[in-house]
Design a protein around this ligand. Structure first.
Ligand code: TRP
Length: 454
């Protein structure tokens, strides 16, 4: 049933390598930058509640579906659908995914560039003695500047390409092993400092006490988009990573560990940020700048702030890097397969194309501030549409495909490694991907964009 793997195709060397790479893709700015600010804009506790529900009921099945398609076909998201031969339209889902990777990487790398600027500010003591208000002004001045946000963005794109050129396995495993656990440790230290600030309790209440009156159709869609974004699902990234996983690995346990770790880190980021936000009187609905104001404010109030802030921004940049690698990899595998390019050329081509769009995202508050549509700048448009529209759509088609087109036997064989694992839950999984996930995603999506109304 499975074709002989292409000898040129890499696979991850160990179980740990798979976990590190998949967790590296999932854990990133989505957890530490995006989750807190989107939760803040959507009322806190109720948003968290929806988010957790979506991770468990929809995120995990979509994630498993993607990895199962990848490992079964050993192809890129487009090649996978071509190979499975279930109709001409399916590869379009892969194409949508590759385009999604394009757009997401374009704005994501802009934010990753902000982390480099903040690393630079940490090293040169740039936050020293500034109040939260002044830190807010400092962030805006940076973002509205002409060159700096663009240069840092380009530096980040070059770093991402350099690692992707040298190959996924060598590139990722090496970095994530030590740095991810360190990121976790420093988030714990930050949370402790934040929780011991006067007035911290209000922040915890905001994050954990659901106020369901704050939920709107748009909040529900944003929670779904954020869940998919944070887990790196809905556009084929994990089809690509699944294709590097060897047949003897247990996909379900990888998926469960990664989604739990990812969710834990997002909540931990919330616990570090919201108590400080309330203690310092920062507006929780401040928007994309929330993390970049709240965290330096905490560093100003702690012993060893200089050291922790430098270390933290190094780690955040690395966490972002293991995510940007996974996005660029999707586009590169596609170019290698479809355009028959060598890996190096494919990477350079993809990076140049993505950087061209990304320039407009990075310059959205500076040079290109007047380019707006529906009141959103380029960054806002890419951020909103790719996360809240493309990812749910992608996830929808992926579960429909696995549930209705792939065939129960293939699904069972993949989950049980051809019968060597028990995988009794495969029927539950099939039920989720046939009925629960597609219906729920469709309802949230149509309700969110206003086509149906509950
Ligand atoms: N999940 C990553 C984060 O939270 C971002 C990311 C990497 C991503 N690859 C993706 C998001 C694919 C959507 C799709 O930072």
């Amino acid at each position: 049933m499975n074709s002989i793997p292409d000898p040129e195709r890499e696979s991850f060397s160990s179980k740990f390598g798979i976990l590190a790479a998949t967790a590296g893709s999932a854990i990133g700015l989505g957890n530490i930058w995006r989750f807190p600010y989107v939760a803040g804009e959507n009322g806190g506790g109720a948003f968290l509640f929806l988010y957790l529900g979506f991770v468990l009921a929809l995120g995990i099945p979509v994630m498993l579906s993607e990895m199962l398609i990848g490992r079964n076909t050993l192809k890129s998201p487009v090649g996978a659908f071509v190979k499975l031969k279930k109709g001409r339209a399916w590869p379009l889902v892969g194409i949508m995914g590759v385009s999604g990777a394009f757009f997401i990487l374009a704005f994501y790398a802009a934010v990753a560039g902000w982390t480099l600027e903040y690393l630079y500010q940490s090293v040169t003591n740039g936050f020293s003695g500034k109040s939260p208000d002044e830190l807010g002004d400092m962030f805006n001045a940076f973002r509205e500047g002409s060159w700096r946000p663009i240069i840092w963005f380009l530096v980040f794109m070059v770093m991402t390409s350099a690692i992707v050129i040298s190959g996924v396995k060598k590139g990722i495993e090496k970095y994530t092993k030590i740095l991810m656990p360190l990121l976790l440790a420093i988030l714990v230290i930050l949370s402790i400092r934040s929780l011991t600030l006067p007035g911290a309790g209000e922040g915890l209440r905001f994050l954990f006490e659901p106020d369901f009156s704050k939920i709107t159709a748009n909040t529900i869609l944003q929670a779904l988009g954020q869940a998919f974004f944070s887990l790196s699902i809905g556009m084929g990234t994990l089809i690509t990573y699944g294709s590097y996983i060897t047949k003897n690995n247990n996909l379900s346990s990888t998926v469960i560990s990664v989604s739990l770790a990812d969710t834990f880190i997002a909540i931990l980021a919330g616990v570090a940020i919201f108590p400080a936000v309330f203690a310092f009187g920062i507006d929780p609905a401040a928007g994309e700048d929330l993390t970049f104001i709240a965290l330096p404010s905490i560093f100003q109030q702690m012993v060893g702030g200089y050291f922790f802030s430098t270390l933290f921004f190094v780690l955040l940049a690395v966490a972002a890097l293991t995510s940007t690698i996974s996005m660029l990899e999707v586009v590169v595998t596609y170019f290698v397969e479809e355009l028959k390019l060598k890996r190096k050329r494919a990477t350079i081509l993809a990076s140049v194309l993505i950087s061209t769009i990304g320039l407009f995202a990075a310059g959205s508050w500076g040079w290109f501030e007047n380019m707006t549509l529906f009141g959103k700048n380029v960054f806002g448009l890419l951020n909103f549409t790719s996360v809240n529209l493309l990812l749910p759509l992608g996830g929808f088609f992926i579960v429909i495909f696995v549930g209705w087109f792939m065939g129960g036997k293939v699904v069972k064989d993949e989950l049980s490694n051809e019968g060597s694992l028990k995988a009794r839950f495969w029927l539950v999984f099939l039920f989720l991907v046939r009925f629960v996930a597609p219906i729920a995603i469709a309802v949230v999506f149509l309700n969110g964009i206003g086509i149906i109304n509950f």
